[in-house]
Write a protein that binds this ligand. Structure first.
Ligand code: CAA
Length: 259
């Protein structure tokens, strides 16, 4: 598939940039399908160790699902659009590698939902977040009603989903939605620095950490605690665990084989 609306730079640290700056990087069907193609590529290439997701231009990460496209959709098409969006968001969570959202501007509606499907979020001081769908007489349709309460708590999530009001980067930091807020020009360097820290870890352990952290969202606590034990066992079965614990005892840096 030709990538017309996204830019994909492949590497140990790969970058996916939603590239429709004139529409503030709004997500239409074509963008979502192109993202699907790229995610499939990453899944089958173990040389990609971290993915950074961002938006083109200096105004928006993603300002939401494409409203103009939605205005022409039938009910059945709208439902199918939501299903496609959900599959795409889940495909980021299903990747075995960490995904970092570098939020450079508006992250609204489907844009906030995209950021929340990533493992780690870094925001520029210019970032603005929100679920403004209520103003269009719709509701978040790519996972926001479920992921936002999990990230910032029910009280605030209800307020934002029901009022549609936006919040800024420092509020997002205070609420625990984002891990860092940096100056706009420092955003990609900060995302890359974080990605480099992750590249220096064992990919096997990171995969299990991501899976177990996700279980805290998708499972009841007792099932999640059991899941953690299985994930710990899988990490423990790796050659990297033997190397990591041995290197500590021998007071040297570990050399990961990512196996
Ligand atoms: N879909 C399609 N086009 C969009 C868009 C969107 N979500 N957001 C912005 N654009 C377009 C605008 O239509 C405009 O295009 P033209 O230049 O052709 O007129 C261009 O991007 C620039 O936007 P504005 O002129 O509106 O810029 P602004 O600075 O005045 O306002 C903004 C910026 C506050 C982000 C405003 O654009 C806005 O409110 N956008 C919509 C935000 C929104 O409601 N997002 C949720 C969408 S629904 C959704 O996402 C559902 C879901 O969960 C799946």
């Amino acid at each position: 598939m030709e990538l017309t609306d996204i830019i994909f730079q492949k590497g140990t640290i790969a970058t996916l940039t939603v590239n429709r700056p004139k529409a503030l990087n709004a997500l239409n069907r074509s963008v979502l399908e192109q993202i699907t193609t790229v995610i499939r590529d990453i899944r089958h290439d173990s040389s990609v160790r971290v993915l950074i997701v961002t938006g083109a231009g200096d105004r928006a990460f993603v300002a939401g699902a494409d409203i103009a496209a939605m205005s022409d959709m039938t009910t059945a098409e709208g439902l199918e659009f939501s299903r496609l969006g959900h599959r795409v968001m889940q495909s980021f969570e299903d990747l075995p590698i960490p995904v970092i959202a570098a939020v450079n501007g508006f992250a609204l509606g489907g844009g906030l939902e995209l950021a929340m499907a990533c493992d780690l979020i870094i925001a520029s001081e210019k970032a603005r977040f929100g679920q403004p769908e209520i103003n269009l007489a719709i509701i978040p349709g790519f996972g926001g009603t479920q992921r936002l309460p999990h990230r910032i708590g029910h009280a605030r999530a209800r307020e934002f989903v029901m009022t549609g009001e936006m919040f800024d980067a420092n509020s997002a930091l205070a609420m625990g939605l984002v891990g860092q807020v940096v100056a706009p020009e420092a955003l990609m360097p900060a995302a890359t620095a974080l990605a480099q820290k992750l590249v220096a870890k064992s990919a096997v352990a990171l995969r299990q950490a991501k899976a177990a952290l996700r279980a805290s969202f998708t499972m009841a606590e007792d099932a999640g605690l059991r899941f953690e034990q299985e994930a710990f066992g899988l990490a423990f079965a790796s050659a990297d665990r033997v190397e990591g614990t041995k290197a500590f005892v021998e007071k040297r840096a570990p050399k990961w084989g990512h196996k």
